[in-house]
Every structure is written in C-alpha cells, then in structure tokens.
Design a protein around this ligand. Structure first.
Ligand code: ZN
Ligand code: ZN
Length: 355
C-alpha cells in the first residue's frame, strides 16, 4: 500500500517529494484515478479555489455592492437611522438596533464585539433610559454584551431562547423576564415592534423582529446582504428549515433588513439573490450526488476495511463537482465566495443525504 511505503521514507524533503510524485504518478498510471490519501495526490477536476484547510493565496475582491459606509476608527461604531427613532448600530461586522420612544429606549441584541459602545450610541440621540432588551436568539456573539447596558428591567425573548440560556448559565446573558411562543407585540409609547417565531432554521428560538412603522425587519444569521453566508449556511441548526425560512423573510413587506452581520443593511434584492444562490447550490449538489459513485476512487483493499475512507473520497468528489458547477455563475456575485463555497457544498450534500 502507498501509505505503508511512505512510512518507510526517511529522506530529505526534496528527495521525499520527488519520490511521492513518482509514486503518485505511477499510481495514476496503474489505477487511472487518484486514490490514496496523500497531500500531493489530488483529485481529478480539482477546483482552483483552495479547499478547506489550505491557505488562500489571493482572496477574490469584495464587490462594491457588498460594501457599506465606513466606520470612524476613533468611535469604533456607526449609527444608521432607519426612520422614526429606530437606529442600527454596527461595527461593520455585527449589527444590532435600538428604538427610542417617548419615555425610554428598547435595545434589540447586544453583541459583545461593540457592547461598550451601545450606550454611547444611544446617548448620541437621547438621554432616555434603556427600559427593554430583546434577544434575537441565544447565541453569545449577538447578546453576551447585555450587561454592558446596565440593569435592564424587561428582557424579552422566545421561550426556546430562555430554555437554551437556562442551560448555558452564562452570567453575560441574563435570562429573559418575558417569553412568548408564537407572537409578541411590544407597544411602547407610539412605537411598536412585532416579534414572531417561524420555527427552527438558524437556531431554535431565533425570531423575526419587525418594526412596522419603519418597515424594518431584523432577522439574525439568515441573510448576508451581498455576501456568501457564513460557513455551512451560517451554522444553520436545520438546513431544510433555513431554506424554508428564507422564503418567509422574502414575504415580509420590509424596506430595510438588518441581518446581524456585514457592513450594510439588506433589501429584497439581497434576499432574492441569496435564495437564487441557495437554489443553484441545491441543484448542483443534487446533481453531483446523482452522478458520483461511492468507492470508485479508492483501492478495493482500502474500501473493504475502511468505510470512513469510502465516504471521505465519495463526498470530496461530490463537493468538487458542486464547487466546479457553481463557480462560473457565483464567484463574482457574492463576496467571500472563495472562502465558504466548499463549506456550503459540504453542508448541502450532507443535508440532502440525511435530512
Ligand atoms: Zn447565531
Ligand atoms: Zn451571527
């Protein structure tokens, strides 16, 4: 076996590499395909985009449409007014909101990345006290800056979020004082926020926060305006649920979408583009699964004893087809395509096989 032969090699690197190449090419000649797991022996039709675990030498440029207004480095955050006392606050990587009403302020999420600036941001526009905090979901990177706001009398979240936070026992994520299961209408002075639950997608308990007067929808970790979603559909807990919920987001009559990440807010065009990408990804992965034969790339004596190797080889070849299929259409349409396309194809093929 090739691996056994490599174990006996104890030579200077150059000679060793030459030997590996020679062995790999002789294997190619013998078997007509790439089989054993060596770094040097690559798959057929290997994409130019570096796979997971390999350093990307030159990242694809970030398209203009994916960029947002700059952050003042002296401040470390920026405010964006979304209409009638509603503001987004962001460091251009995370996003949260606050809403000013007659006698106070409602904060929605408190990302620890800039939690120290949230009160400063509020003080730019009002001296009123923070009376309510809404959690979009339980993830620490979006709410574990809560204590930087000082004591907040009312914390509202979905009941699943409370369950997850009770389990986490994190002093930086105080438990909600008010929970709901389907809908919750928050009316404060002349301001309104409609909270609703649409089931599991990113995480159980992740809610829609809709400000009807400002036609602003905040849904976190679902839509990434101008960008490829974070790896593996932004770590979606339920991938079929993620696909279904994208359509529910599309159906909300918002003008502005606050997605929780990247440097700008989103529009319906951003939602449509991400849905189109996800559709193409599903089609590509389905086709690759249907046209790839498990075990075809492996030596029979390896396949016979190592089912993990059979799947490693099979899934790699499926994903290579998926990446190659999508690159011509999508590599210039979504920022960071090169960074996460492998992850998305791995997540998609897995979901298609088991969900
Ligand atoms: Zn999250
Ligand atoms: Zn996030």
């Amino acid at each position: 076996m090739l691996t056994k032969r490599f174990e006996t090699i104890r030579q200077p690197v150059r000679a060793r590499n030459a030997l590996i190449s020679a062995v790999a090419s002789s294997l190619l000649l013998q078997a007509g395909s790439v089989g054993a797991a060596t770094v040097e022996a690559s798959y057929d039709e290997m994409p130019e985009i570096a796979p997971i675990g390999v350093r990307i030498a030159h990242y694809l440029p970030v398209p203009q449409q994916a960029r947002g207004p700059a952050i003042d480095p002296a401040k470390g955050y920026r405010l964006e007014e979304l209409g009638k006392g509603l503001y987004m606050i962001t460091d251009n990587a995370y996003q949260s909101m606050f809403m000013v009403y007659e006698s106070g302020v409602v904060v929605v999420d408190a990302p620890p990345a800039y939690a120290a600036h949230i009160v400063e941001g509020i003080r730019e526009v009002t001296d009123k006290p923070i009376t309510h905090l809404v959690y979009s979901h339980s993830h620490a990177d979006h709410i574990a800056g809560a204590t930087a706001l000082g004591p907040v009398p009312i914390i509202i979240a979905h009941e699943e979020t409370k369950r997850l936070l009770s389990r986490a026992k994190d002093p930086n994520r105080p438990l909600p004082t008010v929970t709901f299961s389907d809908r919750y209408s928050l009316k404060v002075g002349t301001q309104r926020l409609e909270l609703s639950y649409h089931g599991d997608a990113h995480e159980p308990g992740n809610i829609f926060v809709y400000a009807p007067d400002q036609q602003t929808l905040m849904v976190i970790d679902m839509v990434f305006p101008g960008w490829m979603p974070w790896r593996r559909f932004a770590l979606a807990h339920d991938i079929p649920g993620y696909f279904a919920q994208m359509k529910e987001i599309r159906d909300v009559p918002f003008k502005t979408l606050v997605g929780g990440h990247v440097a700008r807010t989103g529009t319906h065009a951003d939602v449509d583009r991400q849905i189109a990408f996800m559709h193409d990804l599903k089609v590509a992965a389905t086709k690759a699964l249907g046209t790839t034969k498990p075990g075809a790339g492996l030596d029979a004596d390896v396949a016979g004893v190592n089912p993990w190797a059979v799947f490693d080889d099979y899934i790699d070849r499926v994903v290579i087809k998926c990446v190659n299929d999508l690159t011509p259409t999508w590599s210039n349409q979504l920022a960071a395509y090169d960074i996460y396309i492998w992850d998305q194809c791995y997540a998609m093929e897995q979901s298609l096989r088991i969900d």
